[in-house]
Design a protein around this ligand. Structure first.
Ligand code: NCD
Length: 302
């Protein structure tokens, strides 16, 4: 399997076998990090949207492998503020680096960059569309915690604007997970995403009640409402606080049920859940590093 020079734009660019291969390499990275195999390589982080975990874990991953990182964390400090186009920025940055990681508010921005740059481009989130490396670490967490991916999983939250849940649902479908979707009215999974997942043969259903679903699942994946993507703040006000997971809701769940969240959390998981045996979101955060180490090594070194 050769990943050298490849762009990672959508989780659908990867096959099930390729995803498993990356997760295997990530496991090796976690157990025995290989040292400075990316010495002399430069990662450029172009972040046109806020980020804590994705950017810092990419940076940590690159540095743990001996590489260097350049970039900006806010378009306002780059020449974008002077009116430079994304295309000109990418043409410039590819002259300074070996791989580009980009996060952008517009859907399709990462694909556009990949078409321009001769070096590999990794999508760290494009609007509401896709966030493939988050999915890799989500799958890694599930596999590590449950030893398999064909789990009973519920995905709760803003399934319309959330990009992590789009990538994740596609991927879990590939691995024969049984997926239940729960969202406030108006924030359902886009019909075209749902129909693509179904066409690929996944077992997926939509329900309205979290309480009923909780008892029969291995994994609960919670996401926040994506406030910044609402075209109308009045619409946001209507759904704000529509769901909240509390510790007493976990009484009848399966013994080994785990709760994941890509973070940031706003109010959808009550803090007292953090100390229950089900909470795994802060483990999940850490797995971002070995997963991104594996991906960077595969793309840059093969
Ligand atoms: C997510 C994102 O940016 O899409 N964050 C992340 O990368 N861990 C989720 C979110 O912002 O809600």
């Amino acid at each position: 399997m050769d990943f050298r020079g490849r762009d990672i734009i959508s989780i659908r660019d990867l096959t099930r076998e390729e995803i498993s291969f990356i997760l295997d390499r990530a496991e090796e990275m976690e157990k025995s990090p290989p040292g400075n195999v990316l010495r002399g390589k430069i990662l450029a982080c172009l972040f046109y949207e806020p980020s804590t975990r994705t950017r810092l874990s990419f940076e940590a991953a690159m540095k743990r492998l001996g590489g260097e990182v350049i970039g900006f964390t806010e378009a306002g400090v780059s020449s974008v503020a002077k009116g430079e186009s994304l295309i000109d920025t990418v043409r410039t940055v590819e002259g300074y680096s070996d791989v580009i990681v980009i996060r952008h508010p517009r859907e399709g921005a990462a694909r556009l960059c990949a078409g321009i740059a001769d070096i590999p481009v990794i999508n760290a989130g494009d609007g509401s569309n896709q966030h493939p490396t988050q999915t890799l670490l989500d799958l890694y967490t599930i596999r590590r915690e449950k030893n398999r991916l064909d789990v009973d999983v519920a995905i709760l939250g803003d399934l319309k604007y959330g990009r992590t849940v789009h990538s994740l649902a596609y991927a879990l479908g590939m691995f024969n997970a049984r997926i239940t979707l729960i969202s406030p009215r108006g924030l359902e999974m886009p019909r075209e995403v749902l129909s693509d997942i179904k066409k690929a043969g996944a077992e997926i259903q939509e329900v309205t009640s979290l309480e009923e679903t909780l008892k029969g699942i291995d994994v609960l994946y919670v996401t926040r409402i994506q406030r910044e993507r609402f075209p109308d703040m009045e619409e946001y006000e209507k759904v704000k606080g529509a769901y909240r997971l509390t510790a007493d809701m976990l009484r009848d769940v399966r013994e080994g049920m785990i709760i994941l969240h890509p973070l940031p959390r706003v109010d959808e998981i009550s803090p007292e859940v953090d100390s229950t045996k089900h909470a795994r979101y802060f483990h999940q955060v850490k797995y971002g590093v070995p997963v991104r180490m594996a991906l960077l090594k595969l793309i840059l070194e093969g």
